[in-house]
Design a protein around this ligand. Structure first.
Ligand SMILES: [Zn+2]
Length: 248
């Protein structure tokens, strides 16, 4: 089966079933079991029954490959967001980390094990940042994007981008954006101090999230401003990361 991949949107899992794909699948299943043992709090059945709260950390980036695009070229599904290599990747929800180096055509893949058997996977990474079993919250940076052709970890990617899909408890890929629309309430908390003029943790958490998108902040989204938060907010952002303006 031949595929026609849109530019910059190669999905690694669009390949026809092969021995390699099968091995990858089996390996993923085994690791899933291991992660559940390590991250038992989120993985144990019966401890939580609400669907996990997920938000879209990539809303600021253009979609270069839709879910339907993926299906059209034989992928199990995913969404591609165009972004430069090295972009910080925030967790879309709380969970436990599993890194899968060179995950077949998906390249370097990070899996976030959410509650109740849901998972999210980010593919074609250039760098892992967290150890196996690390617990993360929404917004925690879990790795850096990649996807440059033939770069280590890129898998079959045709250009810099992030591929994101979710997997439901039955092991079926699902569209994260559809999931979010059906399970609203995700996202970083809105400030509760909008009206009293006294910035609190929620305010600083939102500020960190904004600085992450606009000024290259890569620290935690924890609502506790530290040196990196102040540095990013004081204008010493990386070249090219500062919002543009008119010059005429
Ligand atoms: Zn993709």
């Amino acid at each position: 089966m031949s595929e026609i991949l849109p530019p910059c949107c190669g999905d690694a899992t669009g390949q026809p079933p092969t021995g390699l794909s099968r091995r990858t699948l089996l390996r993923g299943t085994a690791w899933a079991t291991g992660a559940l043992a390590v991250g038992g709090v989120v993985g144990l059945p019966g401890t939580a029954h609400a669907a996990p709260v997920i938000y879209n950390p990539f809303a600021a980036y253009p979609i270069t490959g839709t879910w339907q695009d993926h299906l059209n070229y034989g992928s199990l599904g995913g969404i591609d967001f165009g972004m430069g290599v090295g972009t910080a990747l925030p967790a879309c929800g709380a969970g436990t980390i599993q890194n899968i180096p060179d995950n077949g055509t998906g390249g370097h893949t990070v899996t976030i094990y959410h509650a109740d058997g849901y998972r999210s996977q980010y593919m074609h990474l250039s760098q892992f940042l967290l150890a196996y079993g690390t617990a993360v919250g929404a917004g925690t940076i879990v790795g850096r994007s990649g996807g440059a052709v033939s770069a280590p970890g890129s898998g079959s990617s045709t250009g810099p981008h992030l591929h994101w899909h979710m997997i439901n408890p039955s092991g079926v890929r699902i569209n994260p954006l559809t999931y979010i629309s059906q399970n609203p309430g995700g996202g970083l908390p809105k400030t509760t101090t909008e009206y009293d003029g006294v910035p609190g943790p929620a305010f600083y958490q939102r500020m960190q999230n904004w600085l992450r998108i606009t000024a290259g902040y890569t620290g935690p989204i924890d609502g506790v401003p530290g040196p990196n938060t102040w540095k990013a907010g004081s204008g010493s952002a990386p070249a090219g990361a500062t919002p543009g303006r008119s010059t005429g």
